[in-house]
Ligand binder design. Structure first.
Ligand SMILES: Nc1ncnc2c1ncn2[C@@H]1O[C@H](COP(=O)(O)OP(=O)(O)O)[C@@H](O)[C@H]1O
Ligand SMILES: [Mg+2]
Length: 607
């Protein structure tokens, strides 16, 4: 039966107490997106009108068939049959056109919407995704747009068609028999009444059902993604029963919804057909006494059924209209989100051959999602061009945060950061970032082959360049052993690689585009001693001639730095060479002792 909708449904549900004007306003977004296809819209409306006229013609044909066909002999009958075929032809062609054009429009609008949302979302800063969950953003791209698709597509067409049938049907009822249509007019409110009473409940239950289903999905999503954890703790049975509970819960919600919808249908059918029977009763006696023809009565009943059906369809479509309005409200919100990190109006240009110096000046910073914790306090450092600086400190000290700020994923609360003596808020962040190569703490591997994974930093790199980058990162050794070498697909999230291998791919990616600044976040942390010494050598080559800041906890790595900065709880606690810091005997000494102890343990365990 009827689903989905257009703005026309809005006048029907009187039970809607929430700000209606606001909701309808949000549907304007859809109109904006449909506007470029106005030619299609006009054709679709023509098809709709054609189909409605054809459908209304059925009543006329029936009337003629009864009055003239049966009584006027075979000659009249032929003409009426030809007319009937004509009506069928009009209805079928117009219906095909209506269906194709309207569905086309729905698909097109949703495709454009999805692209617009994605174009927007990919520019938003990481803090946006911390304050608004990524899954929520994803559901706007998939679920909300699908909801809208049903409105712009099928729903709009159903609503328009039924609206035309309603208006046309009412006119034809009055033309056919004014007296009987008065009777119909009385029964219409009786049909609308249960629609209002049950309609609201049906919609509420349908929302609940949706929520329960999405719960089922998220349980499956989480457990299948983390299948190793589930199986290693032998929690399959627990997860199965959790899943089944969720499934049963969504079933019970769906059952309630079906029941409510069933009662709604019952009430509407009882009243609608009850009044049809009354019409037949009164109409039949009118035919007996000659007040109307049998054909008029037949046509009248057909129109009455059409009108009732169109009211039912329109009311059902209204619930979908509301949901689509909610969906388009959420989408407009997303589309109007302003990235808080963006290029200034007149960005300063970074030199084509940048020196790659970095300065933090009295920087204070908290993450937007956790404002109460100060992550960096009065943080000032100056890293000269070509220098290699090691950042050390316990976990949670704020080391990775320093990198996030250099990349300008966040802005400091006070103080400033400069690149080659340009305050980074005054340059285009994209230009800034293209001068930086990062190896993150948790390297990211895409579901693609080695070529694509390394050249992500420089898509137009030649094969030779990619191989050179892999060589310098000591990655060729294992790449050559992969089943298809560089053509091997590395699997979703790099599941086919070890931690150290992922890191070497990430290093190759970072050096490929030859950045003036290299940021290495614990780039050697996942390597065993042997691989570490391999990569140590290659890092020395990589680090040469460019500014490097590395977060490290291996003494062997740290000692290679020109300068060491010791961070604790967002504060610089000391700074200098390895020898100087050891002599001071502070946090650095403690960290280095821990390190040696760990190294010993590792050596012992490898015997
Ligand atoms: N995206 C984030 N949102 C909120 N807090 C964060 C975020 N990232 C890190 N933090 C917090 O900031 C502090 C410093 O983190 P981080 O710079 O990652 O430390 P380190 O790299 O030195 O181990 C920690 O207390 C951590 O919990
Ligand atoms: Mg870190």
């Amino acid at each position: 039966m009827a689903r989905k909708s257009s703005t026309y449904g809005g006048s029907l549900d009187l039970s809607n107490e929430r700000s209606k004007s606001k909701e309808l306003k949000h549907l304007k977004l859809l109109f904006e997106f449909a506007k470029p296809y106005w030619k299609i819209m006009i054709l679709a409306i023509i098809a709709l009108i054609g189909a409605a006229i054809g459908t209304l013609g059925i009543g006329r044909v029936i009337q003629l068939l009864i009055d003239r066909g049966f009584e006027g002999g075979s000659k009249g009958l032929t003409e009426i049959i030809i007319l009937a075929y004509l009506v069928v032809l009009i209805i079928s062609i117009a219906t095909f056109m209506r269906y194709y054009l309207v569905m086309w429009l729905g698909e097109r609008v949703v495709a454009d919407l999805r692209s617009s949302i994605y174009k927007k979302v990919i520019t938003l800063s990481p803090s946006y995704f911390e304050l608004n969950k990524t899954t929520e953003v994803l559901s706007r791209i998939s679920i909300d747009t699908t909801l809208i698709q049903s409105i712009v597509g099928a729903g709009a067409s159903i609503a328009l068609r039924n609206l035309m049938l309603l208006i046309g049907g009412l006119i034809m009822l009055n033309i056919t028999s004014f007296k009987l249509s008065l009777l119909i007019m009385i029964s219409i409110p009786l049909i609308i009444l249960p629609l209002i009473l049950f309609g609201k409940r049906v919609r509420k239950l349908s929302r609940e059902t949706q929520a329960a289903i999405s719960n089922v999905n998220s349980v499956a999503d989480e457990t299948l993604k983390e299948i190793r954890t589930v199986q290693s703790y032998v929690r399959e049975d627990l997860e199965i029963s959790r899943f089944i509970d969720n499934v049963n819960f969504s079933f019970s919600k769906a059952k309630n919804q079906i029941m409510a919808r069933g009662w709604l249908t019952f009430a509407v059918i009882a009243v609608a057909f009850g009044s049809v029977v009354s019409v037949l009763w009164i109409g039949a006696s009118d035919v007996m006494i000659g007040d109307m023809t049998a054909g008029d009565l037949g046509a009248f009943v057909v129109y009455a059924i059409m009108t009732a059906a169109s009211i039912a369809a329109l009311s059902e479509v209204y619930g979908d209209l509301q949901r689509a309005a909610g969906a388009s409200e959420r989408i407009s919100e997303l589309l109007s989100a302003v990235p808080n990190i963006k290029a200034p109006n007149n960005p300063l240009k970074i030199n084509t051959n940048p020196l790659g110096s970095i300065e933090f000046n009295n920087v204070n910073f908290s993450y937007p999602s956790r404002q109460e914790i100060k992550v960096l306090k009065n943080f000032s450092i100056k890293v000269e061009s070509g220098e290699t600086v090691a950042l050390v400190g316990p976990s949670g000290a704020g080391k990775s945060t320093v990198f996030q700020l250099i990349l300008r994923f966040y802005d400091p609360e006070s103080g400033y950061i400069s690149f080659d003596n340009l305050n980074i808020v005054r340059v285009d962040p994209r230009e800034l970032r293209s001068n930086i190569g990062v190896v993150p703490q948790e390297p990211v591997i895409f579901n693609a082959d080695v070529w694509k994974n390394i050249s992500y930093s420089k898509p137009n790199a030649s094969d030779a360049e990619i191989i050179a980058a892999a060589e310098i990162s000591a990655a060729t050794e294992f790449i050559d052993r992969l089943p298809d070498g560089y053509n091997t697909n590395l699997g979703e999230r790099g599941v086919k690689l070890s931690g150290g291998q992922k890191q070497r791919i990430a290093i190759a990616r970072a050096v490929l585009h030859n950045p003036s600044i290299l940021l290495l976040d614990e780039a050697t942390s996942s390597l065993d001693s042997e691989n570490e010494s391999i990569i140590q050598e290659s890092l020395e080559k990589v680090v040469k001639n460019r500014t490097t800041i590395m977060i490290a906890h291996r003494m062997s790595t740290i000692q290679k730095a020109d300068r060491i900065i010791v961070l604790d709880k967002g504060l610089i606690v000391s700074e200098g060479s390895h020898e100087k810091l050891i002599k001071e005997g502070g946090l650095y000494t403690k960290l280095s002792k821990l390190q040696f102890k760990n190294a010993n343990i590792r050596e012992v365990s490898s015997i």
